[in-house]
Design a protein around this ligand. Sequence first.
Ligand code: GAL
Length: 435
Amino acid sequence: MVVALAACNSDTSSDQETSPDDSNDTPDTSEQEAEGTSDEGNDEGGLVEIFSWWTGAGEEDGLLALIDLFEQEHPDITVDNAAVSGGAGTNAKAVLATRMQGDDPPSTFQVHGGDELNEGWVAAGKMQPITSFFEEQEWMDKFPEDLIDMVSKDGEIYSVPVNIHRGNVIFYNMEVFEEHNIEVPTTFDEFFEVADQLQQAGVTPLALGDKESWTATQIFENILLGVLGPDDYDALFSGDIPFDDDRVVEAVELFEQTINYVNEDHASRNWQDAAQLVANGDAAMLNMGDWAKGYFSNDLDLATNEDFGYFPYPETDGNFMVITDTFGLPDGIDNEDDVKDFLAVLGSVEGQDTFNPLKGSIPARVDADPANYDEYGQDTMEDFTNSRLAPSLAHGSAAPEGYLTKVNQAVNIFVTQQDTDNFINTLVNAAADLQ
Ligand code: GAL
């Protein structure tokens, strides 16, 4: 494990704009950009600019493989891979907003299903409906209804889901658990007992890299889901349960207790840097969306259920914190047909089975081939089918972007100051953005 880790260290340092150094072991995105510098693209064909935040280790492998597949099928169309690094779109979303406001949309861009798409770009009139495209592709029964709902507003579909990520997972170092005789915790109490035991043994119980605060927001949302259950978790975001509800206060207290078990240097690490602590046994557990699974398997060469194991965030078993990355058709682009060609590949079984095994996610399509996925993927597919879905706040589905920005700021302050009243007050005040 240590060898794999050393080989990958240099891949994870950048959290700013795309740089050619972002990855040593995957094709350099700048080559694709160089090919696509002409506005017209190839002589006979067009140019498709794909905007995302998938750069560097743990992020870009799936996208690059999907682009390769697209280029094989459409050699006449040039791809401009316009990715801006920074987990969860920390930097990309700001760049995108500027471009959209300046009427300079990318040909297509990564956007989470749920409020980020529907209450953001669709409500602002910046997206074209693609319901008839879904029908032409015969996709209406190929994606789960719940997922189609997440990319629809007022009866029209606005984007194509490429994947389903799960947010309420804890990955753990199996050797560390074995060495300390630790059983997988299923309740908050068990989780804290395990954390105490590990701490006494000199192992950091939980790895956190909240240089970008969405990683801590993700822990908080999982605790909210655990305490409130899926219905009342939803009710928070529809305004039916206020954020000063006793159970939210309880969740904040559990959150405070949880972050007392993280590595001291959490504020200077990004999610990959935190995942490395678990990979090399300096920390035991990591709560991260399962893009961390892609990172462990493809970048760090760790084996599923040998080097790392996984379990649902305590008290959230039977629930699935759903995150879906989708791509649509922005208003005002002049290469609609080429973009639809790309969306057709992204939404195809082959496209999804090319992208998702590398990304750590499961396919959004119901008819993708489970044989392409390892035990983690197959377990997750089964869980997805048998679980209640809860939309992620940290990844744009549960609430509009303005609210999320305020929560991320409040979480950042809370992690440092641990002032529950102040945190709850900020959540209550920010809830005005939910209406
Ligand atoms: C999420 C996104 C994932 C992954 C992650 C870390 O918001 O849905 O695909 O990229 O951020 O950057």
